[in-house]
Design a protein around this ligand. Structure first.
Ligand code: COI
Length: 355
């Protein structure tokens, strides 16, 4: 399919101080759009100046939550090249999410071709400092105007680009998380393993309450027993207990993170013990108390590797790794970053040079 390009006539001012980028606040000059109709399939792929979308107030995405998204990043490599990290895996997960909420799947080759074209057009927006990147947000919404709970016939796929620094204001400093034992994020059989807006909407009230108490994030427990540790909503969670690295298995209510999978592969490759096994909050607390819990960290595209320095459960605080970034968390961060910025060879085939 031809990808038409309509260039912006007025370019925006680019950020000058890369240390102040933050996350999710600045968007580049262009965006990618592709329309879908049940009878025609995908059509009208185009790159246009970044700007507001014109949608009917009855568009189904506003009423029944037919929306999915992804998060991936492009990096300026050490050699001045532009690199994508596991982008095809993100589009495969996008298609998984699409099926779960009854949306059409994308042609991954078309999505990749269009994405590369968009990034190269706005390449001057990619920040250069190590630790910064161009965050990519592919999104799909139901656009058909109607009221009624059924899958729409029309959709819009679009992608916007956002130069970013750290997701958390703490940067690489350990964050404090609050174990939520009242609200739940998702249940097995629900939409927890799809990247769809409703999961995030469900997290906002507990997250806001936790923030007021001084916590960066909420740690979710399973929706049935409120006993098994699941994820943090913006990241998957890993624990280092004695000499074993443990993360929750993908049982249906947890997002299958790309960074989660990368960490599992690296840990195994290093010859360390890696388990995908349910761990109860009682065990985490007992191990934090006895000192067997050596480290805890979260993983995500936005968060990369984010150390957790304190967990609070039933109003009691448990400090982890002395409140500092643990040795393994640091080693994993260094390894992933070095691969993403093409500072070292990539034995996993995760990075692709696109320009
Ligand atoms: C990502 O890590 O890319 C995400 O989509 C998490 C988001 C809440 C920023």
């Amino acid at each position: 399919m031809e990808i038409k390009v309509n260039l912006a006539t007025q370019l925006k001012e680019k950020p000058t101080d890369e240390s102040k980028l933050g996350f999710g606040k600045i968007f580049t000059d262009h965006m990618l759009l592709i329309d879908y109709d049940t009878n025609r399939g995908w059509y009208n792929a185009r790159i246009e100046p970044y700007g507001p979308l014109k949608l009917d107030p009855a568009a189904a995405c506003f009423h029944y939550g037919q929306e999915i998204f992804e998060g991936l990043k492009a990096y300026y490599g050490k050699d001045g090249g532009i690199y994508l990290f596991r982008a095809v895996d993100n589009f495969k997960r996008f298609n998984y999410s699409a099926k779960r909420v009854c949306m059409p799947t994308l042609d991954v080759d078309l999505a990749m071709e269009a994405l590369k074209k968009l990034i190269l057009l706005d390449r001057e927006w990619i920040p250069e400092t190590r630790g910064t990147s161009l965050y990519i947000r592919p999104t799909m919404i139901a656009t058909q105007p109607f009221l009624g709970v059924e899958a729409a016939d029309n959709y819009l796929f679009y992608t916007i680009l956002d130069p970013v620094g750290s997701y958390y204001p703490e940067g690489l400093n350990p964050i404090k998380i609050y174990v939520e034992d009242r609200y739940v994020r998702a249940v097995a059989g629900g939409t927890g393993e799809a990247k769809t807006a409703g999961n995030y909407a469900a997290s906002l009230l507990p997250a806001t309450e936790a923030k007021k108490k001084g916590f960066t994030q909420v740690l979710w427990l399973d929706g049935c027993e409120k006993r098994w540790v699941e994820e943090v909503g913006t990241m998957n969670m890993f624990f280092v207990i004695d000499d074993e690295v443990i993360t929750a298995p993908l049982t249906g209510s947890i997002l299958g993170g790309i960074t989660r999978d990368s960490v599992i592969q690296i840990v195994k490759n290093w010859g360390l013990k890696m388990k995908e096994e349910s761990v109860s909050i009682d065990e985490v607390i007992a191990d934090a108390t006895s000192g067997q819990l050596k480290e805890a960290f979260g993983t995500g595209t936005a968060a990369v590797i984010s150390p957790v320095g304190q967990i609070t459960y039933k109003d009691k605080d448990y400090v982890i790794a002395g409140g500092k970034m643990g040795e393994l968390s640091q080693r994993l961060y260094d390894e992933i970053i070095a691969i993403q910025y093409a500072e070292k060879p990539d034995p996993y085939g995760w990075v692709e040079k696109i320009g």
